[in-house]
Write a protein that binds this ligand. Structure first.
Ligand code: 5GP
Ligand code: ZN
Length: 141
């Protein structure tokens, strides 16, 4: 528990939340400011900040619940689709520094747009250099 973390306070029950799912390790609850109504957050109860500092076993259990919530938004809310979003660090738009996955139900008529502005590489070499930097930094292959 991190005393200054709002999601740790939600886990502890010190701040109320509308829960969707809970077990010993995972909590899913409604986002107070939904992008689309039904927007749900899935968190590990254990405080970690980023996907990169979360034990992979914990992450796997979080993702299992993310998958269940996504299916339930389709079956229970009759969502036409679902977006999964997760931010790491202020540069990426993370406001609450406790790992969380946004599970956002999408409807053909919801009017939401991600404003996804695709950029271009100067050439294939620039793209290949980025790929090589990522490839070299991976320690799983
Ligand atoms: P982030 O920008 O860090 O990825 O997302 C944080 C999310 O937490 C936001 O979507 C915001 O609406 C939600 N949030 C912040 N404070 C609270 C709260 O006290 N209760 C609930 N249920 N959601 C919160
Ligand atoms: Zn926390």
């Amino acid at each position: 528990m991190n005393d200054s973390c709002i999601f740790c306070k939600i886990v502890a029950g010190a701040i109320p939340s509308t829960k969707v799912y809970e077990d010993a390790e995972i909590l899913a609850f409604m986002d107070i400011g939904p992008i689309v109504k039904g927007h749900t957050l899935v968190i590990p109860k254990q405080h970690t900040e980023r996907i990169t500092d979360t034990p992979v076993g914990v992450l796997a259990r979080v993702m299992h619940v993310v998958q269940k919530i996504a299916a339930a938004q389709v079956n229970g809310l009759k969502a036409d689709g679902v977006n999964i979003f997760q931010a790491n660090g202020k540069a990426a738009g993370q406001v609450v520094p406790h790992l969380h996955f946004h599970v956002v139900p999408r409807f053909n008529t919801d009017g939401h747009s991600w404003n996804w502005a695709a950029k271009k590489y100067a050439d294939m070499g620039e793209m290949a250099a980025r790929a090589e930097s990522i490839r070299r930094a991976m320690d799983i292959i």
